[in-house]
Design a protein around this ligand. Structure first.
Ligand SMILES: C[S@@+](CC[C@H](N)C(=O)[O-])C[C@H]1O[C@@H](n2cnc3c(N)ncnc32)[C@H](O)[C@@H]1O
Length: 229
């Protein structure tokens, strides 16, 4: 069955969510579960930041689904050139303001149809892989390989399912398999794809597709690196 309608809803959700997206990342408003949880969240993010610094995203870097720019800011510090692609012009406008680097190239495009016009040394994506339907996993990673120069590298970050969590993120009001039903602050309701991977499952899937991957986890996040074997 076609998932085009679901993916269109997902794009619409993120366009509308752009002005409130940062509340989630910064654990503000309805995402504020107190100082202990916030400390834990930020400590895990710091662990990933350290891994990204060690990875050294230099050369020509492509960021997929860059959103409002929390990671674009870091990438812009080490990249020789940086291209950011996202389907939401609203998110990219916030990204542009946050990063404030005129040399960063921003492209509004749908990653399920967009094809690169050149190759890159590094491809980075955060909180994007979980929005790629399982049925599109293989095609997505083939696309990622097509974005890379020989010897090119990938760094990715995503959410991890925490079975001990008693309350999911407050915007989730329903789940049907890999589809979450989400509500924005304005009350509008949307469907998004949300696939949670455990590190070993993801590493195995990538290995089946001729990627050499290392996948790590904190309590709430997975992150890792990959290159074509
Ligand atoms: C969870 S956010 C992640 C943003 C950013 N990478 C971060 O770490 O904060 C997902 C992003 O994917 C973008 N997106 C959704 N569907 C897309 C599509 N089909 N093509 C390109 N970007 C898409 C949204 O606009 C949103 O900015």
């Amino acid at each position: 069955m076609s998932d085009d309608g679901l993916l269109a809803d997902q794009r619409a959700f993120y366009r509308r969510r752009a002005p409130e997206y940062d509340e989630w990342w910064q654990r503000r408003g309805r995402y504020d579960h107190g100082p202990d949880e916030a400390r834990d969240w930020h400590a895990q993010v710091d662990q990933i930041r350290t891994a990204l610094v060690e990875f050294d995203p230099s050369g020509d870097v492509l960021e997929l689904a860059g959103g409002t720019g929390w990671w674009t800011r870091s990438l812009a510090e080490t990249a020789d050139s940086l291209t950011v692609v996202d389907a939401s012009p609203e998110a990219l406008e916030l990204n542009r303001e946050r990063v404030a680097r005129p040399e960063v190239r921003y492209l509004v495009a749908d990653l399920f149809t967009w094809r690169p016009e050149r190759a890159y040394d590094v491809v980075f994506f955060s909180f994007w892989l979980s929005h790629v339907p399982r049925a599109r996993f293989h095609t997505f990673w083939t696309f990622v390989a097509s974005c890379l120069n020989p010897g090119g590298r990938v760094f990715f970050i995503d959410n991890r399912h925490d079975p001990t969590l008693t309350r999911p993120d407050p915007y989730v009001f329903g789940e049907e398999g890999d589809v979450q039903l989400r509500q924005l602050n304005d009350g509008s309701e949307h469907r998004v794809v949300k696939v949670f991977y455990e590190p070993s499952e993801l590493a195995d899937l990538l290995s089946d597709q001729d990627w050499q991957a290392e996948v790590f986890a904190t309590r709430w996040f997975i992150y890792g690196t990959a290159h074509v074997r």
